[in-house]
Design a protein around this ligand. Structure first.
Ligand code: DGL
Length: 270
């Protein structure tokens, strides 16, 4: 009964951590494609092929359900994988919808027509690939009307986080927030549309100011996953062991992950 969680690198650990706290009895198999991170500067075909290979590895590890804890992969690969058809009993879910449901004050799975919502000016921070996919705006348009979204492609932030260079990551966050504010001086809400960014959440909040509500995915996705598993208990899969898999150097990735989560994490080669 294991659930797979996938990211290009370390960012999905923010989702894994929240999901493990919310569902302490569920084993999770994490796959970080660290050898190929960042995905945010790759083209859609490349992201699709890498994501598909990782998901297949998680299916082989006994996970019937895989969460793409990566917005870039969710934007470039999820729909294509679903349209190509999944093997019997396998399922892949992305991370956009829980966030957009929270922003648009919807309950889980509420597919009623789009309506006016309280928030009117939203800043979106994401990788270049996610921003250019316009996937957030598309999902938002299904649920809300009259929301003005200004997107900022945050080049360099994922690389700095993957390299463990927090000073550079913080400086980049500040400059991306300034760039966003030149285009939208008074956002009411900010979406952190990359699972690496919760690691920088306090820096986003400080640069945006206390009156901007920052939406970050980890807890929202964990809550949605708990709801989903309640409704589909069979999707727990047959794996029974938690594991951390990486395509990168397991020792280096383990050190970084341990630093981020402040508990011992041991990756093995995927
Ligand atoms: N955590 C991934 C996301 O949510 C980062 C993608 C990347 O590797 O650039 O988009």
């Amino acid at each position: 009964m294991a659930v797979g969680i996938f990211d290009s690198g370390l960012g999905g650990l923010t989702v894994l951590e929240a999901a493990s706290l919310r569902l302490p009895d569920v084993p999770f198999v994490y796959f970080g494609d660290n050898a190929h991170a960042p995905y945010g500067v790759r083209d859609a075909d490349d992201v699709f092929n890498l994501t598909k290979a990782a998901v297949e590895r998680l299916w082989d590890a006994g996970c019937d359900l895989v969460i793409l804890a990566c917005n870039t992969a969710s934007a470039a690969a999820l729909r294509r994988m679903q349209e190509a058809g999944m093997p019997q009993g396998k399922r892949v879910l992305g991370v956009f919808v829980p966030l957009i449901e929270a922003l648009t004050e919807r309950d889980w799975g509420d597919n009623s027509p789009p309506r006016e919502v309280a928030v009117k000016h939203v800043a979106l921070f994401a990788t270049p690939a996610t921003v250019s996919s316009r996937a957030f705006q598309r999902e938002l348009a299904f649920r809300a009307i009259g929301v003005d979204v200004e997107a900022q492609a945050c080049g360099g932030v994922v690389d700095a986080i993957e390299d463990g260079d927090e000073i550079l990551a913080e400086a980049l966050v500040r400059s991306h927030v300034e760039a966003l504010k030149r285009k939208m001086p008074n956002p009411q809400a900010a979406i952190l549309g990359c699972t690496h960014y919760p690691l920088m959440e306090q820096h986003f909040q400080a640069a945006l100011g206390a009156d901007v509500k920052v939406y970050s995915q980890a807890n929202l996705v964990a809550q949605s996953l708990a709801n989903y598993l309640e409704r589909h208990p069979k999707m727990l899969g047959e794996g029974t062991n938690s594991m951390f898999l990486t395509t990168g150097d397991p020792r280096r990735v383990s050190d970084k992950a341990t630093q981020f989560l402040r508990r011992k994490i041991s990756f093995v080669a995927a």
